[in-house]
Write a protein that binds this ligand. Structure first.
Ligand code: NCD
Length: 323
């Protein structure tokens, strides 16, 4: 694997390998010395054309834990036309000697462009491109589900037979898209729930079951319920009558949460609109994995950086000799 651009082309074995390396990374978190030398003298550039808090911080933390030099570049607000600015920026980064570029961009396809235009010879990691994909988010979600579901037996496994309901603004969600491909590749049974107005065209070709009513999907007793943020910043039209109506029909309200099985995971990629797609009772419950997802995000990004940047030695044990 040279770049991580999407989960659509990630094979099951590669996905499991990534999750397993992230398990190794998680084990290092309990040590007195948590910094690993794997990326010493390598440079990781975070290139963010769109707002981000947790993803940017998470990549920064991951790169630092692997001893890389980290440069963060927030290009938001640049007035240069998008294609040109991306090319110019790529050439600047080339001059800086970047080994990996983590890119978030408002255009779907920006990471592919950076990887394939021949401007730069670095590993490209997609940290969210428009409404297209957000592969490390899906990987950290899959990691969280696998760990909660299988505990100490998680290593080496897929998610066969695990039922996941993804609920809400599917239309604008790169998190939903990346999760659909990855969860499917790992053998999970994926259900999407949304008002018809928030479903993308062509969804009938996706490897999922689609429901219009949340209660119908929850009646199937999913192992995990993943609530998506209503992405108002991407909406120019009214996609539902009112916030109240949306919350009542598609939100994980306190009543719906109370009716879930005791082992059902409540997930959200953040940032949450509390009281809209998710109630605080659900978000702050013991079944909620919201904070675990943030913690696991660092391990996943360490694994991705390690596998893409550490080079030929990356088949070796990443933490060997560090104990
Ligand atoms: C997601 C994103 O930016 O796509 N957030 C994140 O990475 N933590 C989801 C969202 O913004 O709703």
């Amino acid at each position: 694997m040279r770049h991580l651009l999407s989960t659509r082309d990630l094979e099951r074995a590669s996905a499991i390998r990534l999750l397993d390396v992230a398990e190794d990374m998680a084990q290092t978190a309990d040590r007195a010395v948590r910094t690993l030398p794997a990326l010493r003298d390598k440079t990781v550039v975070n290139l963010f054309f769109e707002d981000s808090t947790r993803t940017r911080l998470s990549f920064e933390a991951a790169a630092k834990r692997l001893s890389a030099n980290v440069i963060t570049f927030s290009a938001k607000g640049s007035s240069v036309s998008k294609g040109e600015s991306l090319k110019d920026t790529a050439q600047t980064l080339l001059a800086m000697g970047a080994d990996a570029i983590v890119v978030r961009h408002h255009d779907s396809g920006a990471a592919h462009r950076l990887a394939n235009a021949g401007w730069i010879d670095a590993a490209i990691i997609n940290a969210g491109d428009g409404t297209h994909e957000h592969p490390t988010q899906a990987l950290l979600d899959a990691f969280t589900i696998r760990q909660r579901r299988f505990g100490a037996d998680a290593r080496g496994r897929g998610l066969d037979g695990v039922r996941v309901a993804i609920v809400g603004d599917i239309l604008h969600s790169r998190v939903a898209r990346s999760n659909v491909w990855l969860l499917h590749a790992l053998g999970a049974d994926v259900h999407l729930v949304a008002p018809r107005t928030l479903l993308p065209h062509g969804i009938d070709t996706w490897p999922v079951a689609v429901h219009e009513h949340l209660d119908e999907a929850l009646a199937l007793a999913p192992d995990a319920v993943m609530m998506l943020r209503i992405q108002s910043e991407r909406m120019r039209d009214a996609f539902f009558p009112s916030a109240r109506e949306y919350g009542r029909e598609w939100g994980l309200t306190a009543e719906r949460f109370a009716a879930l099985g005791p082992d059902t995971m409540v997930m959200h990629p953040g940032p949450m609109n509390r009281g809209l797609e998710i109630s605080s009772v659900a978000a702050d419950s013991s079944g909620s994995t919201v904070l675990a997802q943030v913690t696991n995000g660092v391990f996943i990004r360490m694994a991705v950086l390690y596998l893409l940047v550490a080079g030929s030695g990356s088949d070796a044990d990443p933490i060997g000799g560090q104990g």
